[in-house]
Design a protein around this ligand. Structure first.
Ligand SMILES: Cc1cc2nc3c(=O)[nH]c(=O)nc-3n(C[C@H](O)[C@H](O)[C@H](O)COP(=O)(O)OP(=O)(O)OC[C@H]3O[C@@H](n4cnc5c(N)ncnc54)[C@H](O)[C@@H]3O)c2cc1C
Length: 407
């Protein structure tokens, strides 16, 4: 039997080093900054933490050594990212945060050598940030074949026009990966779009606003593209490949989100158990009450499933196996686990949970977006069912669509 959940020494080593750094440096710094309430203090403090991470060799863990990363595969990254997810900015401090993490992977696998030198290297070095602009306000993001932003080749230049929104990290980014329609009549419709690397200081690239969300302003921007001219070499991944590139980017990027969400959920559960153990009422503490114990157990069960799903999906990606069904199931399950665990933790805190004296309200508002980003719940459910039906039709069993080669 080849299945062995014993972690190789290099994985426990890096997990422990990241855990230690998050527990003793990143977490305490965030707590201190939160208490101080001075927003201007965050930027220099995070810069300092990033320098420390780099000096400690905990930098860009998902990128190859030749670019200055740690060359960890998806399995090891699951452990690193879960540790990062226990803090707010841990992933940013290690330079493996969304959307840069996904953009780095995409550049590594789809970029020309010139694009890698020009965009990937400074991104991995932490010299710049990037963003990914696919979703638009006027058409359904769940169906990218309907994107309206256009790119037309004119005099050796691509000219882009359109409006994007929820372009996370756009303000302050050096470049954007923009998905635009180049071939409106292409068949299949997925071949209508292409990807472009657009430098954000290009004339016509205008940030209209930082969208106010239920979790505040998170640099999720609305961006207007008006006659944005980029050279032919800005085409990224080949003409008509925008959809394929987006999907290739989103598979592992979705899983990276799930890994971080495990850490978020674990933190909420720890807050819940701690509170339940000390809050006295009706002759005991909350943790003595069966109703609360069941809530805790539901969290533990769901989190355990989530961890197994993340590790299995990471294994599939790492070993070059088909992963789409498992990643879709994982994304749906982990996003909903994060939501439910955080909501239960808030409930157990009573009015305190609803107050801003603890972070749970903030965590819950952020958790809600997990069910929308990188494919809304219903999109994943649809894809999961389609695969299930297809696998059953071709093999007479659903086995192949309920966790490949598991049981
Ligand atoms: C915090 C945040 C950050 C984001 N960052 C980025 C980013 O950096 N770059 C980027 O390009 N986009 C980003 N997005 C956008 C995100 O990818 C889209 O919100 C998502 O793809 C859904 O698209 P939509 O919002 O247009 O919803 P729509 O496509 O209009 O769908 C609305 C709802 O319809 C339901 N639905 C959809 N399809 C089906 C179906 N087949 N059957 C049944 N129900 C269905 C779902 O419940 C869905 O929520 C971000 C969004 C959020 C909230």
């Amino acid at each position: 039997m080849a299945i062995d959940f014993t972690l190789p020494p290099h994985v426990t080593d890096v997990r422990d080093r990241v855990r230690d750094f998050m527990e003793h440096e990143v977490g305490p710094t965030e707590d201190r900054l939160r208490r101080a309430g001075d927003l201007r203090a965050w930027r220099p403090a995070l810069r300092e933490l990033r320098q420390k991470a780099k000096a400690m060799g905990l930098w860009a863990p998902h990128m190859p050594r030749r670019y200055g990363g740690m060359e960890l595969g998806p399995l090891a990254m699951a452990f690193v990212s879960a540790e990062c997810g226990r803090t707010t900015y841990g992933a940013y401090v290690l330079n493996c945060h969304a959307p840069d993490e996904g953009n780095m992977h995409t550049l590594l696998h789809w970029g020309t050598e010139e694009q890698k030198e020009r965009y990937l290297r400074p991104l991995v070095d932490g010299e710049c940030r990037s963003c990914f602009a696919m979703t638009e306000p006027d058409v359904a993001g769940s169906d990218p074949t309907g994107l309206q932003t256009t790119a037309v080749l004119r005099d050796d230049e691509w000219v882009l026009n359109g409006r994007k929104w929820f372009t996370s990290g756009a303000r302050g980014a050096r470049f954007a990966i923009v998905i635009a329609r180049t071939d409106p009549d292409a068949d299949p419709p997925q071949a209508r779009n292409s990807a472009f690397i657009v430098e954000c200081d290009t004339t016509g690239f205008e940030i209209v606003r930082d969208i106010e969300t239920m979790a505040g302003r998170g640099n999720h921007c609305e961006v207007q593209l008006t006659e944005v001219r980029v050279p032919e070499r800005a085409l990224f991944g080949g003409r008509g490949n925008g959809h394929r590139l987006g999907q290739a980017r989103l598979g592992p990027a979705r899983l990276a989100h799930c890994m971080r969400w495990i850490g978020n959920a674990e933190r909420a559960l720890e807050m819940m158990v701690a509170r339940a153990g000390e809050r006295r009422l009706h002759g005991g503490v909350l943790a003595d009450k069966q109703g609360i114990q069941w809530m805790m157990s539901e969290c533990a069960l769901e989190l355990y499933q989530a961890k197994l799903m993340v590790i299995h999906s990471a294994y599939l990606i790492e070993n070059g196996k088909e992963f789409r069904q498992e990643v879709a199931m994982c994304k749906h399950h982990v996003a909903n686990t994060l939501w439910r665990v955080t909501d239960r933790a808030l409930q157990v805190h009573g009015a305190l949970g609803y107050s801003t004296d603890v972070e749970l309200g903030d965590m819950l508002r952020h958790a809600r977006s997990a069910r929308l980003v990188d494919g809304a719940d219903e999109v994943h459910l649809t894809r999961i069912a389609e695969t299930l039906i297809e696998v059953f039709r071709t093999t007479g069993s659903t086995r192949g669509a309920t966790g490949a080669n598991l049981l």
